[in-house]
Design a binder for this molecule. Structure first.
Ligand code: A3P
Length: 340
């Protein structure tokens, strides 16, 4: 697959930046930047970048795409259930992680890291199977998966196949960057793979400097926003799901060409409530917990609030964030439902 065309250059980040990041995140990772927008990724992504960009698509593929911590999981479960005729029993049997192909997740699981985790989990061969699965490059996983395929990605539209929307439905979900940053901070502490050590203020510094995986945040969103009127693209905001789940679920159903009764809608909204999500082992990545890969102090499904960022930003950060958002919204008509 090495003859695949990939239109962007891939380069390592500055050594000085690499050193700072190695002190704050898992020391094994090296980072790269891609193309003119400097998309920031773990270096392993570079091995599969061209394969993902050129991956063969199927007409019944459904993608859920987002910047991390924007409500991806919420949207995934919603999309999967609607597209699978509300098969709750299958949803309970198969963890969400196994119902979706997470295209670039393997970048976190280099050979060395996988070995480390395996050494720490001798005797848990059955539980380790999920890791072997997650370590398979996304393009390969996609090729070997039966249809219909559900694909999750945090890659921006420009790093996905250029013909994606010709044949494939994409649900993109976006969220206020301040809530994203807080949530992403907790996620980077939760996963032993990322192992962030530092306070939120430092993390926010990395976030606005586009030194976190999948950044820059605004370019990511704007690429999808530009495509929002394409019939195969549905652009949602976390805040819309939060404010009016039933009507947002209905929009997703219409987009997928599914009809649901009002009773089914009520049951689905209840299934998708944060309380039920917190207690749903199929969603909560319990399989990674048993491998000691998640810190006990945090949880994957957290508060599920809009505007919760206010508890974590001091006055300076609030001002800086507002300026940063205002600057980045100057050349777009995209507006976050909660951002004035
Ligand atoms: P918080 O950390 O602010 O609580 P992603 O799935 O993209 O990683 O996004 C995770 C964010 O979505 C987390 O935000 C998580 O709590 C929130 N979330 C997940 N399921 C949710 C639900 N059913 N209702 C509301 N928020 C939810």
């Amino acid at each position: 697959m090495s003859s695949n065309k990939f239109p962007y250059d891939i380069r390592p980040i500055e050594e000085s930046e690499q050193q700072i990041l190695s002190k704050h995140f898992h020391e094994r990772y090296k980072y790269i930047q891609i193309g003119p927008k400097n998309y920031f990724m773990i270096s392993n992504y570079g091995n599969d970048a061209a394969n993902i960009y050129n991956m063969p698509l199927r007409p019944d593929d459904i993608f859920v795409a987002s910047f991390p911590r924007s409500g991806t999981t919420w949207t995934q479960e919603l999309v999967w259930l609607l597209a699978s005729d509300l098969d709750y029993s299958k949803a309970a049997q198969i963890p969400l992680q196994a119902r979706y192909i997470f295209l670039e997740f393997s970048m976190f699981l280099s050979k060395e890291l996988l070995e480390d985790v395996k050494k720490e989990n001798v005797g848990k061969e059955e539980q380790l199977e999920i890791l072997d699965y997650l370590a398979i490059p996304g393009s390969q996983l996609a090729a070997q998966s039966p249809s219909p395929r559900f694909l999750k990605t945090h890659l921006p539209m420009s790093l996905l196949p250029p013909n994606l929307l010709d044949s494939t439905k994409v649900v993109y979900v976006a969220r206020d960057p301040r809530d994203v940053a807080v949530s992403f901070y907790f996620l980077n502490r939760l996963y032993k793979l990322t192992n962030y050590i530092g306070d939120f203020k430092s993390f926010w510094g990395f976030f606005v400097k586009d030194m976190v995986n999948w950044a820059p945040f605004f370019d990511h969103l704007k690429e999808a926003w530009q495509l929002r009127n394409h019939p195969n693209m549905l652009f949602l905001f976390y805040e819309e799901l939060s404010k009016d789940l039933p009507s947002t679920v209905q929009r997703v159903a219409n987009f997928l060409g599914k009809t649901i009764t009002s009773e089914q809608l009520t049951t689905l909204c209840s299934h998708l409530s944060i309380e039920n999500f917190k207690n749903n082992p199929s969603i909560n990545q319990d399989e990674l917990k048993t491998l000691g890969m998640l810190s006990e102090k945090e949880s994957f499904i957290r508060k599920g609030k809009s505007g919760g960022w206010r508890d974590y930003f001091d006055e300076d950060m609030t001002r800086e964030a507002q300026l940063w958002i205002d600057n980045n919204l100057q050349d777009t008509d995209m507006r976050f439902p909660t951002v004035q």
